[in-house]
Design a protein around this ligand. Structure first.
Ligand code: ADP
Length: 540
């Protein structure tokens, strides 16, 4: 028997309509190339969204067309999110930090019809435009006045593109399973793969992301996503903030610039922010060097890679509580979230620290299990470590125009490529990426645990552990560190510091000091590049 409730589709249009009626006055503050502090309301934003939708329709764009963005976090990118998806097209956010060959591959693979780009990416598109057969035109996200000189074909400035358009638009009735946006993984192995989100997956993900024991968003919050809108929809905040009515602060290209971030936090009273560990390291360094404070900032989410306890403690010294989240592009990205419970608050400091570095519990909507090499489920005892599989309405079921088999098994579980354990309360601990696990003498060593332990040393700025080939043990761990600002660490003292903190046979065979550790386009340590760099290394 069917229920008798209305069959209203879950669409991004419904988020927009709600925000445009109930939260018209909530603000969006942005840093752009042409304005260091642009400020307007959701009401203003959605008026321009309707103008943009008219401009897209006049350009001949129809349902299902892919439209690429190469842009930082700001209000024009926000307008694209809504105009493109709500008009039935697909907002394809492209990560400008990828290698040019990857960007070219992605634009061609998606067959994007138009590219909307920030002024600084004009030279990149100029040299690529003749190899992008599907792209009919370019729109530079700026005004006529600030338009850079260029030789892009069929190129417009954004303000003129939308300026003369009516601010009334008849939004199409969409099916909730229609595609809304597209994001490619950063392709650390093989070509980048397209994850095609739907309206339904986006709405459900936004709802759950805003829940009290997740981001706990309210209309009174001021949210600053320092996670890029070009990668996994700024972890969903571009949708959940309007849904709830929170003020949004968008830092533009200045995402790793401590000074700009601190200025924005203090001027706009940001109390909630999201970013990868590298961002928080930059913020903490800036606060320590400048002596400035960020009194309004109470909570940040840290995810995207393992989070060292020392970083969480450094943030806490500045009055900021860090919550760990785990997820991936293929999961929109939210999978689990580590929130402070009353039980945790009653625990000893040491117990709290042991719990808070874990990846948290899976949120409602995402199911998780760990399996062994034969795909048999392992117990949720907090000890057994296996391959982590997930399923849920915002987990991808296959890649866009996939050339390779998807990572979904016949029972509908997605292989995350992460190794993890889960305890009796559902608490998830990520031990490694499968491809980063170090296999030593038939046993596995968790590079994440070693990195976490070594980051507590005051002379260590950044650390990575990789496996290097070893005749007897197959692989042994090698520790690579960037010294903390002004420090000159002693390699042997660093290794000695690890004694008693990790199993003795996990102690790396050597510690190497470097000026820089390579990072991926999403700001994570690139272990693939490090392994390449040290492939011939033999400890003395
Ligand atoms: P890509 O960088 O290839 O686009 P994602 O951004 O989707 O990939 O990254 C997903 C991966 O990041 C996860 O599979 C996991 O390995 C890692 N990751 C994300 N959050 C955490 C976390 N809290 N702890 C450890 N690893 C994490």
């Amino acid at each position: 028997m069917h229920g008798l409730m209305m069959d209203m589709p879950l669409t991004i249009t419904s988020i927009m309509r709600h925000a445009d009626t109930v939260h018209r006055d909530s603000e969006i503050v942005s840093v752009t190339a042409d304005n260091l502090q642009h400020r307007y309301s959701y009401g203003d934003a959605f008026r321009r969204v309707r103008q943009l939708a008219n401009a897209l329709a006049k350009s001949g764009l129809v349902m299902g067309d892919r439209i690429a963005t190469l842009a930082w976090n700001d209000y024009r990118h926000f307008e694209l999110y809504y105009a493109v998806s709500c008009a039935g097209q697909v907002c394809h956010t492209v990560n400008p930090r990828l290698f040019p060959e990857q960007i070219e591959y992605i634009l061609n693979h998606a067959e994007d019809r138009w590219v909307f780009l920030d002024p600084m990416f004009v030279p990149l598109m100029e040299q690529m435009q003749n190899r992008l057969p599907s792209v009919e035109g370019f729109v530079v996200l700026t005004s006529q006045q600030n338009m850079p000189s260029h030789n892009l074909r069929n190129c417009h400035n954004y303000e003129s593109f939308i300026g003369a358009q009516a601010d009334i638009f008849e939004w199409p009735d969409l099916h909730e399973n229609d595609a809304s946006s597209l994001c490619y993984t950063s392709g650390t192995t093989g070509n980048p793969k397209g994850v095609l989100y739907s309206h339904r997956s986006t709405v459900l993900h936004s709802l759950v992301g805003a829940l009290p024991d997740v981001m706990n968003l309210s209309v009174d919050d001021v949210v600053m996503p320092i996670v890029p809108m070009f990668h996994v929809n700024a972890w969903g905040t571009a949708y959940s903030a309007p849904m709830i009515g929170s003020k949004l602060v968008l830092p533009g290209a200045k995402m790793a610039d401590g000074e700009t971030l601190v200025r924005l936090i203090n001027a706009e009273k940001v109390n909630y922010s999201l970013g990868v560990p590298t961002i928080w390291l930059a913020l903490v360094n800036y606060l320590e060097l400048s002596g400035e404070t960020v009194k309004s900032l109470k909570t940040v989410v840290v995810g995207g890679s393992a989070v060292p306890l020392s970083l969480m403690q450094a943030l806490e010294k500045h009055g900021i509580w860090a919550n760990v989240a785990w997820g991936m592009t293929e999961m929109s990205p939210l999978g689990s979230y580590n929130y402070q419970t009353a039980d945790m608050r009653r625990s000893t400091r040491q117990q709290i620290d042991q719990i808070r570095i874990k990846a948290g519990r899976n949120v409602f909507g995402v199911e998780m299990k760990i399996v062994d090499q034969n795909d048999q489920s392992l117990p949720r005892d907090g000890q057994s470590s296996g391959l982590l599989k997930v399923r849920g309405p915002w987990v991808c079921s296959g890649y866009y125009r996939a050339e390779e088999p998807t990572a979904v098994d016949t029972d509908g579980w997605f292989d995350t490529g992460d190794m993890a354990s889960i305890d009796g309360q559902g608490m998830l601990t990520i031990t490694d990426r499968v491809k980063d696990v170090i296999k030593s003498g038939g046993e596995w060593i968790s590079s994440i645990d070693i990195e976490n332990a070594v980051m507590a040393h005051p002379h260590v700025g950044e650390a990575a552990v990789i496996g290097i080939a070893h005749e007897q043990w197959t692989e042994r761990p090698l520790l690579v560190i960037v010294p903390a600002d002004g420090a000159t660490p002693d390699e042997d003292a660093i290794l000695a510091f690890l004694k008693g903190k990790i199993a003795s046979w996990w102690i790396p065979d050597a510690c190497i000091l470097v000026d820089n550790i390579p990072h991926t386009a999403t700001g994570k340590i690139s272990k693939k590049d490090l392994r390449e760099q040290f492939k011939d290394f033999t400890p003395s």
